[in-house]
Design a protein. Structure first.
Length: 315
């Protein structure tokens, strides 16, 4: 019997309660947004060229009219990060909570997933963050799928410090996509692991004339098994490709549909995970947004389901 079943409600009841809470939270967000959408007109979508900073037609009636201010675009909206960087001198703060329903081990909780992003220049940002996880397996991006399906798997706790930078590479020009590069390090601050990992993410995409955005990314990272971190033979590589279509439903509300995968290379027992993930996010004003996304595992090594709800703000 797992620790989660020894403390409080049985796991099955916990999952049912969480599913009900997730549905209620989603309906609450839709009820919040619906009156605002009813007040909005349906203006023709503007065609955006280059950086997406210049538009044709009328600007959305948000705060800062007449100022050269962009709407916030966070990296947490989807697994595929944004192609943009934070403007020079501005700070963006992102935070979220994730629930991961693992197939054969206790569920995983991840919070606060906080990342502070500072615009050093118009093309370079610095990133610093921290996160805590508890559950039967690490977040899917680590590639640490449990090798044993034993139902009495113990809970794992870990916390990590995140640090790095994001670099704007190219503007959208015809078939040339807008693109950025993210370089990050992850150092444990709590838990059994003492392995510092690094990752590189190349993200690129196009904004289409109908207002839709198609972004894709490839992540490369290092990882390792927590119980065997003393030898190089136990370290392995994680690849994580993703692609997302983002559709504006109104001036403030956007939805997306996304595929992403997580594949290990060089691990003693290789792992492969596939996910389908839809989501929505709502722009309260130019500097504040909230969002929720879901994902379903498409194969046996993937978690059954996970959800992520959070916000982003900039100053």
């Amino acid at each position: 019997m797992s620790l989660l079943t020894q403390r409080g409600l049985p796991m099955l009841q916990r999952k049912k309660i969480f599913s009900i809470c997730t549905c209620l939270m989603t309906w609450a967000m839709l009820l919040l947004v619906r009156p605002l959408l009813a007040q909005q007109s349906n203006p023709e979508m503007a065609t955006i060229e280059g950086w997406g900073r210049e538009t044709e037609g009328e600007e959305p009636e948000l705060e800062g009219e007449g100022e050269e201010v962009e709407e916030i675009e966070t990296d947490r909206d989807s697994f595929t990060p944004a192609t943009t960087t934070v403007r020079r001198g501005r700070i963006m703060l992102e935070s979220a909570y994730s629930f991961i329903d693992n197939r054969s081990v206790p569920e995983t909780h991840s919070v606060p997933e906080i990342v502070a992003r500072y615009g050093l220049t118009d093309n370079i940002e610095l990133r610093f963050g921290w996160n805590y996880e508890i559950g039967g397996a690490s977040s899917p991006i680590s590639g640490n799928v449990p090798e044993s399906g034993a139902p009495d798997a113990e809970l794992e706790e870990e916390a990590k410090l995140l640090y790095g930078g994001k670099f704007f590479l190219t503007e959208q020009r015809g078939w040339t996509p807008q693109s950025s590069l993210i370089l990050q390090g992850f150092t444990p601050t709590f838990g059994e692991s003492n392995l510092t990992a690094v990752s590189a993410t190349h993200v690129f995409g196009w904004k289409l004339r109908n207002g839709w955005t198609w972004d894709s990314a490839t992540r490369f990272g290092t990882s390792g098994s927590p119980e065997t971190q003393v030898t190089l033979e136990d370290h392995f590589i994680v690849w994580a490709p993703s692609t997302a279509i983002k559709i504006p439903l109104s001036e403030r509300l956007k939805a997306h549909a996304e595929y992403f995968g997580v594949f290990s290379e060089g691990r003693e027992v290789e792992t492969t995970q596939h996910f389908f993930s839809p989501g929505v996010h709502y722009l309260i004003n130019r500097d504040l947004e909230i969002g929720i996304r879901f994902a379903w595992g498409l194969n046996e090594q993937s978690p059954n389901f996970f959800t992520n709800v959070g916000f982003g703000c900039q100053f």
